[in-house]
Write a protein that binds this ligand. Structure first.
Ligand SMILES: [Zn+2]
Length: 264
């Protein structure tokens, strides 16, 4: 069953959640990093034929004991991810939604506000780099964010069955899957069977206009764009984008600064 659709201007915010909104959100400040990710996301969704400004999102009923205001639109979800990444990279994590009350509330259901398709890399766990807790993010991970039927089915479940308004493709600096793909392409050496499957799907993103490490780095960005475009071409997801219920954005995590920024 699908949750009902409400307008962006009337988000469902339980009074309990309003009272306990985090100080970070209450400050109202818009740091440069937040603007940059939102700006990139806006540009990215514009490419897909819609903008976040007119986005409507499914209502998300927070667990009865939830202590935080839950994002209900793609824009709000992006803001929360941006704020969480800022906490992470400045060593001010709040480790939200881990309390006994939250764990108990989540036994009756889940209402994650963002869907993150990330790499398997052990240095980029979405819940950590966005400082989120239980029930906040639905994460799907595959090497190089490669899509296959299981990945697509998992993402479709989050969007179509749970009504998640934001789907983020999260690549990262120094991605081993991308590097292996580039090096195999250059050497002509065939990779082990299942790893070659990954490389075959990443290789269309190889940036032959660059050399060495610059080629790997540019291919990381191109691969994020490629996966985002592939997702946008999925009919079920595209329909949600057109209706304004879903935004699909690309982003990249930098190991050196621990910052996530938008990839347009
Ligand atoms: Zn990776």
């Amino acid at each position: 069953m699908f949750p009902r659709v409400i307008s962006d201007s009337t988000p469902h915010i339980p009074a309990r959640a309003r009272r306990t909104a985090t100080a970070a959100r209450a400050s109202g400040a818009t740091p440069p990093a937040r603007r940059s990710l939102l700006r990139a996301a806006l540009a990215g969704t514009a490419v897909l034929g819609t903008g976040l400004a007119g986005a409507a999102a499914p209502a998300v009923a927070a667990p009865s004991t939830a202590a935080r205001k839950r994002p209900t639109t793609a824009r709000e979800a992006l803001r929360e991810l941006e704020a969480g990444n800022r906490r992470w990279r400045t060593f001010r994590e709040q480790h939200p939604d881990e309390s006994p009350a939250v764990r108990q509330a989540l036994t009756t259901g889940q209402h994650p506000f963002a869907l993150v398709l990330g790499c398997i890399d052990s240095r980029v766990p979405p819940e950590l780099v966005f400082d989120q807790g239980l029930g906040d993010l639905m994460t799907v991970r595959s090497a190089g964010q490669v899509l296959d039927e299981a990945v697509l089915g998992s993402l479709a479940y989050g969007v179509l069955e749970l009504g998640i308004p934001l789907l983020m493709v999260l690549g990262h600096q120094s991605c081993g899957a991308v590097r292996a793909t580039v090096e195999a392409d250059e050497s002509g050496v065939r990779l082990p069977r299942h790893i070659q499957y990954l490389a075959d799907r990443i290789s269309p993103a190889i940036d032959h206009g660059k050399e060495g490490d610059a080629r790997v780095d540019a291919t990381i960005d191109a691969n994020i764009r490629l996966v985002r475009a592939q997702l946008a071409a999925e009919p079920d997801l595209a329909a949600k984008v057109v209706s304004g219920e879903l935004a699909v954005v690309g982003a990249r995590y930098e190991l050196t600064t621990q910052r996530v920024h938008g990839i347009v």
